[in-house]
Design a binder for this molecule. Structure first.
Ligand SMILES: *[C@@H]1O[C@H](CO)[C@@H](O)[C@H](O)[C@H]1NC(C)=O
Ligand SMILES: *[C@@H]1O[C@H](CO)[C@@H](O)[C@H](O)[C@H]1NC(C)=O
Ligand SMILES: *[C@@H]1O[C@H](CO)[C@@H](O)[C@H](O)[C@H]1NC(C)=O
Ligand SMILES: *[C@@H]1O[C@H](CO)[C@@H](O)[C@H](O)[C@H]1NC(C)=O
Ligand SMILES: *[C@@H]1O[C@H](CO)[C@@H](O)[C@H](O)[C@H]1NC(C)=O
Length: 436
């Protein structure tokens, strides 16, 4: 590890040039030189993000390798799972992931019909659970952990029910802030998540987000607005919702029972300017470096109420636009949700890794959206569940805080940098322990 570490940082530092030195983190390898403030140059900030991710990777690898030496549990480095930037997947790898999602959209639902009459497919089980629990999993102490579990159980369903064998991908937002239409996620090709919606002439120029009686946040509409017209999800039917769908012009749409059957097309309204404003590299690095306590980190990520911002998390969701992209409840109904939340999970993992000893178990917040109505504090013993979506059942927050222990012995690595993939290829990667 010493060699890997020294070589990686040597290369990083020489590649990036002069970045202010910082050593505030207890678990930082001695040789690490990490940025202390986010660069306002997005190119430099992108390098900073790579550097922080590389640091997280090294901390994680070292932790697992230490554990292996101590034989503390069955999770060893050669069983770690890898998460990858969508851009680094080959076309066949992208296609395998998409085909596995299409497969879940063909399998029958496991949710009892009386609970969610609109849930027709296995995929819908995930959408139904998210709709059902939205008020308990956003702006709460469970936001980060619940979504980590949700994503991991989705990955597990892709593997065990649809034979997926590849790595789980994430959407590295800063790469797409200039032109979402050209993104390999949204370009409408056979290896994308389908493209933009059909353009709607004379759409109102803005839509409004309203949170709990605070002043609305007005955001621009995008270049599409209608049903998607191409790509693998062209024939996909969105069965559930809406529930709090923000419409162009400022209105909201909600079905009387969002869990009822309401088949319709997937709409998108790609809006690069939203992604550019809220999820650019500077914004991501600033989120990681400025927030030292988890309450600030998780709140800032979702958009601090009253700040007028929507955070990097909101930036990804609302830049997809359309239906369900502008519906907090129904958002997993857009298949791009899964790579977006892969990135949310990655950013949390990086933040935790910057001071692992103090942050792996950092929890703050309560069980209700912005604590309205007031509810008890979330703790490591708080139990979360994902209903009929996963096979994992109810689980204590304690078990889902670490990417390499508890429920997950997965690891959220990325191969963004060629030399890292070169060095890491000396290790063999296999199935994860802890995920079934
Ligand atoms: C791994 O073990 C080494 C040697 O005992 C120690 O210096 C290092 O801090 C440990 N790393 C982690 C991440 O615990
Ligand atoms: C959509 O359905 C049509 C008609 O059944 C079919 O020809 C086409 O191949 C389908 N497209 C995709 C991307 O599944
Ligand atoms: C990048 O994000 C920050 C924080 O959201 C924002 O203040 C800034 O204007 C963004 N940069 C661009 C070029 O939009
Ligand atoms: C709940 O958390 C808040 C903020 O961290 C803290 O001030 C308060 O004492 C906690 N309440 C209980 C009952 O632990
Ligand atoms: C919705 O949540 C309630 C309360 O936790 C639960 O009893 C019910 O089974 C959930 N419904 C679905 C569709 O998951």
């Amino acid at each position: 590890m010493m060699v890997l570490r020294a070589v990686c940082f040597g290369l990083l530092v020489s590649e990036i040039g002069a970045i202010p030195a910082l050593q505030p983190y207890a678990s930082a390898p001695a040789t690490a030189v990490l940025p202390s403030i986010a660069s306002t140059s997005t190119a430099t900030a992108s390098s900073q993000l790579d550097q922080l991710a590389s640091f997280a990777l090294i901390v994680t690898t070292e932790r697992v390798s230490n554990r292996t030496a101590q034989k503390r549990d069955g999770c060893t480095r050669n069983k770690l799972r890898v998460r990858r930037d969508w851009r680094t997947l080959s076309d066949p790898q992208r296609r395998e992931f998409i085909d596995a999602i299409l497969c879940l959209q063909q399998l029958p639902s496991q949710t009892p019909p009386d609970l969610a009459p609109g849930a027709k497919t296995r995929y819908d089980d995930f959408v139904a659970t998210h709709i059902n629990q939205t008020r308990q999993i956003h702006f709460t102490g469970t936001f980060l952990g619940w979504h980590r579990y949700f994503v991991a159980e989705f990955e597990q369903a892709l593997r065990s029910e649809c034979g997926y064998t590849g790595d789980y991908p994430y959407w590295n937002w800063p790469d797409d802030t200039e032109n979402l239409e050209d993104s390999p996620i949204f370009d409408g090709s056979d290896t994308s998540f389908s493209g933009n919606g059909a353009p709607i002439p004379n759409q109102p120029p803005e839509f409004a987000l309203t949170i709990s009686g605070r002043p609305p946040i007005w955001l621009p509409t995008g270049s599409g607005g209608g049903c998607i017209t191409d790509g693998p999800f062209k024939n996909y039917t969105l069965n559930l919702g809406p529930a709090g769908l923000a419409l162009p012009g400022g209105e909201q749409a909600s079905a009387p029972n969002p869990l009822d059957y309401n088949p319709r097309c997937l709409k998108r309204d790609l809006t690069s300017s939203i992604l550019r404003q809220f999820s650019n590299a500077t914004a991501v690095v600033e989120l990681l470096l400025k927030n030292r306590i988890v309450y600030d980190f998780q709140t800032s990520m979702q958009g601090t109420p009253g700040s007028g911002g929507i955070g990097v998390h909101g930036g990804g969701h609302y830049s997809m636009g359309g239906d369900p992209g502008r519906d907090v409840f129904t958002s997993p109904g857009d298949p791009a949700f899964w790579v977006h939340h892969g990135m949310v999970d990655r950013v949390w993992w990086i933040w935790q890794s910057l001071d692992w000893g103090a942050r792996w178990n950092a929890i703050s917040g309560t069980g209700t959206f912005l604590n309205e109505p007031p509810s008890p504090n979330t703790t490591l013993e708080t139990v979360v569940d994902i209903g009929f979506a996963g096979s994992g059942g109810p689980i204590a927050m304690r078990e889902i805080m670490s990417t390499t222990a508890g429920r997950f012995a997965m690891c959220i690595f990325d191969f963004l940098l060629f030399f890292l993939s070169f060095f890491l290829s000396f290790f063999s990667w296999g199935d994860c322990c802890g995920l079934g």
